[in-house]
Design a protein around this ligand. Structure first.
Ligand code: NAD
Length: 282
């Protein structure tokens, strides 16, 4: 089946970026969230991010207008029924994704692939909620989606080769680079990255160095574009904690124990850049 119309569930940080890259690549997009204000915010962000591409001469004003005109923003998920592909980018909570996958499985054509942009929840588990586990797959974009090249394409236990090949080719059509990964807690990206961020937090908690010093070590010594604590603030400390907990329970190894300082900061509402305070003040 040719994919022309794409449903995106969740219009937050990732959902708006995913809608942006599909619309820019010529797909019709139905973008769904639970409240109109989240959709308005997403459309504003997409417009602003397209302006950035315009300023860099990557697109023309006509391209921007065409991309925006391809996005239909809806609060009624039923409007995704005639889409040829769906990607879920809603809040990283299993109960939320469970409800969405069960519903999409009921309402969408049986041949449609259901992808998730989850950072850490099992693709195999999401597939098992549906009657089409062979057509459930992880399509893990990175933030900011219009800029970052990588897409981890995650095979659940039951994901078919045909589904994998379709999503891999779809990522290429979006001018991304797909990398094949098997389903496991944290996949590759977060399984390797999050323990680094968590360990940087332990270094601060244990008084080994200040956040600034830890970040300098990684920027100057390892040529990382941003230090681990700046990155943790950017990702969101609540998101980091959720992912560490998924890996701790899924892999069972004490090395995935979330840093107590991270837990304390999240309890205090210090969630990083988005809340104005994390390891740094914004
Ligand atoms: N932020 C990142 O850096 C990043 C990177 C890769 C993957 N992810 C993953 O992408 C997903 C979304 O993360 P985000 O950072 O965009 O979160 P976010 O909080 O910015 O956005 C989530 C959106 O989902 C919406 N939502 C919640 N329940 C919904 C429902 N039932 N139907 C439709 N929409 C619903 C919320 O209203 C919100 O607008 C998560 O699974 C996350 O793990 C995040």
């Amino acid at each position: 089946m040719e994919i022309r119309r794409v449903g995106v569930v969740g219009a937050g940080t990732m959902g708006n970026g995913i809608a942006h890259v599909f619309a820019r690549a010529g797909y019709d997009v139905v973008l769904c969230d639970v409240e109109q204000r989240f959709l308005d915010r997403a459309l504003g962000t997409i417009s602003k991010n397209l302006d950035r591409e315009l300023a860099k001469n990557k697109i023309t004003a006509d391209d921007k207008a065409a991309a925006l005109s391809r996005i239909q923003a809806v609060t009624d998920r039923g409007k995704l029924a005639d889409c040829d592909f769906a990607i879920e980018a809603a809040t990283e909570k299993l109960e939320i994704k469970t409800e969405i996958f069960r519903d999409l499985d009921q309402t969408m054509k049986p041949e449609v692939i259901l992808a998730s942009n989850t950072s850490s929840i099992s693709i195999t588990k999401l597939g098992a909620l549906t009657k089409r586990p062979d057509k459930v797959i992880g399509m893990h974009f990175f933030n900011p989606v219009p800029v970052m090249k990588l897409v981890e394409v995650i095979r659940g236990l039951a994901t078919s080769q045909e589904t994998f090949a379709t999503v891999r080719d779809l990522a290429v059509k979006l001018e991304k680079t797909p990398v094949e990964v098997n389903d496991a807690p944290g996949f590759v990206s977060n399984r390797v990255l999050m323990p680094l961020l968590n360990e940087a937090m332990y270094a601060v908690m244990d008084g080994v160095a200040t956040p600034e010093a830890v970040d300098e070590v990684f920027k100057l010594g390892m040529a990382h574009p941003m230090g681990p604590l700046t990155l943790a603030d950017f990702i969101g400390l609540d998101v980091c904690l959720d992912i560490m907990r998924v890996m701790q329970s899924g892999l069972g190894d004490p090395k995935y124990r979330p840093c107590p300082l991270l837990i304390k900061m999240v309890d205090a509402g210090w969630l990083g850049r988005k809340s104005g305070r994390g390891f740094y003040k914004y």
